[in-house]
Structure formats: structure tokens, C-alpha cells
Design a protein around this ligand. Structure first.
Ligand SMILES: [Zn+2]
Length: 73
């Protein structure tokens, strides 16, 4: 029986809910009743995986701005 973790976009509440193959929509937040919930791989380990790679690319691209220094003239 599949149990998924969800995070409410309205109040940030994390909760678990059963999902069935026939369900096309996510569950409602049990705390505030909002239907705007996002499925999480793990509510208790968020913000670690997937973010560092994009940040590294951004840092590398921004470091190439030294061409305008004009140190050879
Ligand atoms: Zn909520």
C-alpha cells in the first residue's frame, strides 16, 4: 500500500497520505485543508539533494568576469 509524503504549499505542513492508482489529484492538507500540496520524496531531508549542483554552475559562470581588467596595457 503506497504511502507518500506531502508538503502543504500554503502552511508548510508535512504529512503522509495513502495514494491509489485511481487517484488523479493530491490529498488535502489535514492542517489547513488546502489542496495545494507537493509530493515529497522525504519531508525530513529536504533542501540537501539537487540544489548544490545548480549552485556550482552559477558560481563558475560568474567567475569569468576578469577579462576587463586590462592589466597588460
Ligand atoms: Zn496546509
Amino acid at each position: 500500500m503506497p504511502i507518500y509524503e506531502y508538503k502543504c504549499a500554503a502552511c508548510g505542513n508535512c504529512f503522509e497520505a495513502l495514494r491509489f492508482a485511481s487517484d488523479n489529484e493530491g490529498p488535502l492538507c489535514p492542517k489547513c485543508g488546502s489542496p495545494q500540496v507537493e509530493r515529497q520524496l522525504s519531508c525530513f531531508a529536504t533542501g540537501v539533494a539537487g540544489g548544490s549542483g545548480l549552485a556550482g554552475l552559477g558560481t563558475a559562470g560568474g567567475g569569468g568576469g576578469g577579462c576587463g581588467s586590462g592589466g597588460f596595457s
